[in-house]
Each structure stands twice: as C-alpha cells, then as structure tokens.
Write a protein of this length. Structure first.
Length: 408
C-alpha cells in the first residue's frame, strides 16, 4: 500500500465565542459596545475564544497521471490528518475505488475516522457462495447474508470496537431519504446486462459508543442492499444475487469534552467535499470496466487492457484539465457541493443542526449554535460568533470580511 498523503490548505474556519464584559455586568451602553471591535487578534485565545479549522486534501496518487485531489475536509487546527484513495484492480477481490481518512487531535484524545467501505455478497445459489468464499473475499469484501444498518452495527462493527458499549441506536431517516438518488441509473445498467429485476434497500443509523477508559463517541453507519434477479437461460429458473455495502464513520472524544466535540463534529461532517471531476473520471473508468466485462462474458479483466485504458485515459485527461482550472476558480466547487455530499453530512441532523448562509459565492452550510456569521468572500474563510459587537474587519484589519445573512 502506498504511503498516505495529505496536502494541507489554508485555514478556512474560525469559530469565536461570545465575549462577556469583564465586570460581569450586562453592557447596555451602545457607545461602549462599539469600541469592543478595536481589540486586536492577539486579545483572543485560540481554543477558548475561537477555534480555527484547516482544510486538508486527500490525494489520489494511483489513478491519475499526477496526484489528483479526491476529497477535502476541515479538521481543527493542530490536528494531524492522513488519508488515501485505494484502487483495487479489476479481476481482483474488492475491485473498485475506496478511501480511508483519519484525523487526530494533538494530544491524541479525539479523532475522526472514515473507514473504507465494506462490501459483502450472497447468492441463492450455494455453489456460487462457496466459489466467492474462495475467490471473492479480501480486505474490503467478504461473503455473507444481507444485513441492514442496525444488524451490521450490532453483529459486525461493534465487535471491531474493542471493549466498548454501543447504545442509543437510532434510525436516520434524513440519510435514508437521500441514499436512493442514483438507484434508477444503477438499475438501468444492470438491466442492460441481462438482469430480470433489481431491488434496492437502504438503511442508516447513528449510535453512541463508550469505552472503559472514559472516551465516548458517535458511530455513523449506512448500508445498501441490492438484490439482482438473474435468469438462467438453460433451465428457465431465476437466481438472486445480493450485494451489500456499508459506509462507516466514527468520532471519538473524552467524555469531559462532549459539548465542544459535538460542534467540532458538525463542522467536520458538513465540510466534506468530493471533487466532482475526480469522481466523474473514476466513475467513467469503472463503468467502462463493467461494460467490457459484460461484453466479453469473462470473470476477469486486466486493469489496463487497451480499450479500457483509452477510455480511462480520456476521462483522466479531462479530469486533469478541470483540476487545474478549478485551482484558478478559487475552489468554488466546494461551496456548490453542500447538497451533494449527503453520504456524510446527512448524519449531522442527528446530533446538531446546521444553518444556511449566503455570501458572494452562494449558499454556505455552517454549524448552528452561533448568531452571526462572516465571510471573507473567497469561499474558504468564515467566522462565526455570538458577539454582536465583534467585527473581524476591525479586529483583523481586513476589510474583505462581510457579515452573512441566514437563508432557507
């Protein structure tokens, strides 16, 4: 496995808490309150009066001619982050594109982890199950009967968490509502390959977890089960093949930091952005592999056979061109994708709501719990505060800061 790499970007979020008068009395003097923004940035203590967040990039160093940004995500300043895009070649178990990401606080007490998707298969044909156990099991795939998200969490994932107690498992209807948006496209593809019918079942849950050492956390799990009905042209029967896939994320923290950790988690989840050009190039490549495999009716296919390579190269070249262009467009795709990365930020509503604001780049999704939000107008830098007197243009001597308005 190649060395994981992260390219750190600019600091993009600053969260400021309300500043109270030092004498403990409510400040009712309008003139005096207007003098507060004259404080300098050094008057505020990081981690107490505000929190800074840094956007980091997970680079795909395998699928492109040069390292390509696959996703970006905000983590608190001072945390370390590492991640990788994992390509498994066609013809191998678990073929496809996967991702791993881990961010950890400086003292190691808190971390946020996106685990690689786990896929498992099952068939009504027991001979096929036996074959798959021998040839189609790997690090990210296995053989087993379909499970929903609750069953998977209780029977599979919980066993990997060590001596932990999982509680308060809740169905996440908001997440489920968005999971089937590409079902029709996948169904149409399978029907082209000769399927007699395709059924989708989507489930999603959140849960709390606690370890004996005083650490607590939140678990996020989505599971999709696809039933593919396959006709047998020789005997007229129909078999059913199941493919299940689980998406897992975990956020852990000391119990004493629970309130602040919930807010941090909301920011992290809402900030997840997938590079659309990278995703399109990756999707095009794997679609070409499936079509090639279907046409040739073979069980294995080389990763770089000539036809597939030509299709993939064209997609990657187009992606490379768009990647360069986006760097010059101030990364506005990150702001535009606030509704596209539902795989991650749908879980937010279970813990803490988000608010929609608008700046010059369009609508922006930020964590709730603050009354005022400011934008620097570059699509990357934001400040949130409960202090109506705080003006970042004065504090940081930067006139680019403008207050944002809440929108639906």
């Amino acid at each position: 496995m190649k060395k994981r790499s992260i390219k750190f970007g600019l600091v993009v979020f600053i969260f400021l808490q309300a500043c109270q008068p030092t004498n403990g009395q409510k400040n009712t003097n309008h003139k005096d309150s207007q003098m507060e923004p004259t404080k300098t940035a050094s008057s505020y203590k990081s981690g107490k009066d505000y929190m800074e967040f840094t956007r980091v990039k997970v680079l795909d160093k395998q699928g492109f001619d040069r390292p390509a940004e696959a996703v970006s995500i905000l983590i608190p300043k001072g945390w370390t982050g590492q991640g990788e895009v994992i390509w498994t070649a066609p013809g191998q178990a678990c073929s496809g594109t996967n991702m791993y990401f881990n961010a950890q606080s400086a003292n190691g007490s808190s971390d946020f982890v996106i685990l690689p998707n786990l896929t498992w298969s099952w068939s009504s044909d027991q001979q096929m199950n036996a074959f798959n156990r021998q040839h189609a099991s790997g690090q990210f795939c296995t053989v087993g009967e379909p499970l929903d998200a609750t069953q998977f969490l209780q029977n599979v994932w919980a066993k990997e968490l060590g001596n932990a107690t999982v509680s308060d498992i809740k169905i996440n209807q908001d997440a489920i509502a968005t999971m089937g948006k590409e079902d029709s496209k996948h169904r149409a593809e399978l029907m082209r390959y000769g399927s007699a019918g395709v059924e989708f079942r989507h489930t999603a849950v959140t849960a709390k977890v606690k370890w004996p050492n005083g650490k607590s956390g939140f678990l996020f799990c989505k599971v999709t089960n696809i039933a593919n009905y396959i006709p047998n042209m020789y005997n007229g029967t129909t078999s059913v093949s199941y493919v299940s896939s689980a998406t897992r994320m975990i956020y852990s923290f000391p119990e004493t930091e629970k309130d602040n950790s919930e807010l941090v988690m909301t920011v992290v989840l809402a900030s997840f952005r997938t590079n659309p050009e990278w995703k399109q190039a990756s999707d095009d490549y794997w679609r070409s592999v499936r079509e090639k495999k279907n046409i040739e009716h073979i069980g294995k296919i080389r990763l770089m056979d000539e036809q597939t390579k030509q299709i993939a190269d064209r997609a990657i070249q187009n992606g490379n061109q768009r990647l360069a262009a986006m760097d010059n467009q101030m990364r506005t795709w990150e702001a535009r994708q606030s509704t596209n990365d539902k795989i991650h930020n749908d879980f937010i509503k279970t813990i803490r709501e988000v608010e929609n604001y608008r700046d010059v780049n369009g609508k922006v999704e930020l964590a709730s719990g603050y009354n005022h939000a400011w934008s620097r107008g570059d699509g990357n830098n934001f400040i949130m505060t409960n202090n109506p007197n705080f003006n970042p243009a004065s504090v940081f001597l930067d006139q680019n800061w403008k207050e944002m308005k809440k929108v639906d």
